[in-house]
Design a binder for this molecule. Structure first.
Ligand code: DSN
Length: 494
């Protein structure tokens, strides 16, 4: 059954739908006219992006559709202000209005997540994690070592003392979830600076069930003794028990950092509560604001009182000047997420993931862990004889936007992969319900069953593929029907 769009769509609030859509339409028409007068190609690409997003089944688990209120907030002169520093303590004059928007965003974040402290300046999830890593090093390593060396500040150190401190700072251990089990690059992997600044070790999932194995995490923590235990994921289709992760961290004296970028919307919407809510259990929690939380692109760090002073030094320690227009949009998005309708949206996201998984299971498609209980479904496309890359491309031909993803012990490696990661936040924002997601599963199975790898025995391509004639057009037409019944930004005309 389709979700009630008035309770889930970010586009037009139920109370004043038509007026709101008319006002937003007028604002965008005017903005595009102004852009067009300077660089028509940008105006054209912006118009085309809306058309493309309206006409595709967006299943990228990390994407969503922000409300016009959030989007419009980003297009203002708040962008023009430099405001390095923190609220009330800036390196530039004239930051009173930036102070206001940053304070409002931080207040909403603290209230929404029940966090003692919120830092809303990070420009992205990677930046938020970098702020968190630095805050943990500063709190756990730098501050005690400065005291050992009889100094209050690094500026008080001799060159020899500084060398001692640098060796201690740069010689720390981090334990995070492995990439092929669903961890993220920023959790200590080489393509990200976290893999260069920490000695990293990974925990994986149980090879039989695909579920996180807490005993194995505890054993790895006891042996490796990390300074930082990272929990959180970008491609794991199950919930995590953060109370257990905190017990493991406490036992080995590690700081628990949770990266909730993917599921922050489910935490905000109170779908994840108790042991599944990371905020009361983690010392430091990081997130992005644009995924299931449905805000502007950006990041955020939540922290206990102990870590707050070091987190607060994020800019200029590791961040450039805050994007004031984006902090303003974070404030608007967080205000939206505090409305009861957001809770209904978040629950629908989880229910829809369940419907999508059930749709695959009844059509005999393989799923990592055999299902989902969050917003992600990880489809194992080896059951179709395909690589993730072939499946991703064939689905795109049919208007279905997904991304290929490794599965545990992936036989095709991290480039070609054997999985397709699917997420429900975006289409739920359009009003899709369980019936629509069952139909989405049917369409995906139809495409993949009609896709063959190119080549012959002994030299089968991992990239090239062939779709049975007519499949892409037939599925795209069916997808368009679903999409027109659940329009993106209904009433918004350019
Ligand atoms: N790019 C995000 C994702 O797709 O999960 C995380 O970096």
């Amino acid at each position: 059954m389709a979700a009630d769009p008035s309770s889930t769509s970010p586009s037009v609030p139920a109370a004043d739908g038509a007026d709101y859509a008319d006002t937003a339409s007028a604002a965008y028409r005017a903005a595009l006219q102004v852009i067009e007068s300077v660089e028509p190609r940008v105006a054209a690409a912006t118009r085309k992006e809306l058309a493309d997003q309206r006409d595709s089944l967006k299943l990228i688990a990390s994407e969503n559709y922000a409300s016009p209120a959030v989007l419009l907030t980003m297009g203002t002169w708040l962008s023009d202000k430099y405001a390095e520093g923190t609220i009330g303590h800036r390196f530039y004059a004239g930051c009173q209005n930036v102070d206001t928007v940053e304070s409002v965003a931080a207040e909403h974040a603290r209230e929404l997540f029940g966090a003692p402290y919120a830092y809303v300046q990070p420009h992205s999830g990677i930046d938020a994690n970098l702020v968190a890593f630095w805050a943990i090093l500063a709190t756990r390593v730098e501050a005690p070592e400065l005291a050992n060396l009889g100094a209050k500040h690094v500026n008080d150190l001799s060159e020899a003392d500084w060398e001692t401190l640098r060796n201690k700072l740069g010689n720390q251990r981090l334990l995070g979830m492995s990439l092929d089990a669903g961890g993220h690059l920023t959790h200590g992997f080489r393509p990200n600076i976290s893999g260069k600044m920490f000695h990293q070790r990974s925990y994986g999932t149980n090879p039989e069930t695909g579920f996180l194995d807490y005993d194995a995490v505890a054993a790895a923590a006891r042996e490796f003794k990390p300074l930082v235990l990272v929990a959180g994921y970008s491609a794991y289709p199950r919930r995590v028990n953060f109370a257990k992760m905190r017990e493991i961290a406490d036992e080995v004296g590690a700081t628990l950092m949770v990266d909730m970028a993917h599921f922050a919307g489910l935490v905000a919407g109170k779908v994840f509560t108790g042991d599944e809510d990371p905020v009361p259990h983690a010392h430091v929690t990081t997130t992005t604001t644009h995924k299931s939380l449905r805000g502007p692109r950006g990041g955020m760090v939540l922290a206990t009182e102990e870590y707050a002073p070091a987190v607060d030094k994020g800019c200029p320690m590791v961040l450039g000047g805050p994007l004031s227009h984006v902090m303003a949009a974070k404030a608007v998005a967080l205000a939206e997420a505090r409305q009861p309708a957001f809770g209904k949206y978040a629950q629908q996201v989880a229910d829809n993931a369940q419907a999508l998984a059930d749709g695959f299971i009844k059509r005999d498609a393989g799923l990592v862990t055999g299902g989902t209980d969050n917003h992600i479904v990880l489809l194992d496309v080896t059951s179709f004889g395909l690589t993730g890359r072939q499946a991703e491309s064939a689905l795109l031909d049919a208007g279905i936007v997904t991304n290929r993803n490794s599965i545990p012990a992936d036989p095709n490696g991290a480039w070609y992969t054997s999985g397709i990661r699917l997420g429900t936040p975006a289409l739920t924002s359009r009003g899709f319900g369980a019936d629509e997601f069952d139909r989405v599963a049917e369409l995906i199975v139809e495409v993949l069953s009609n896709t063959q790898p190119e080549g012959s025995a002994g030299s089968v391509s991992k990239a090239k593929y062939k779709l049975t004639d007519g499949t892409a057009d037939r599925v795209h037409a069916a997808a368009s029907e679903l999409l027109s019944a659940n329009p993106l930004y209904p009433g918004l005309t350019l």
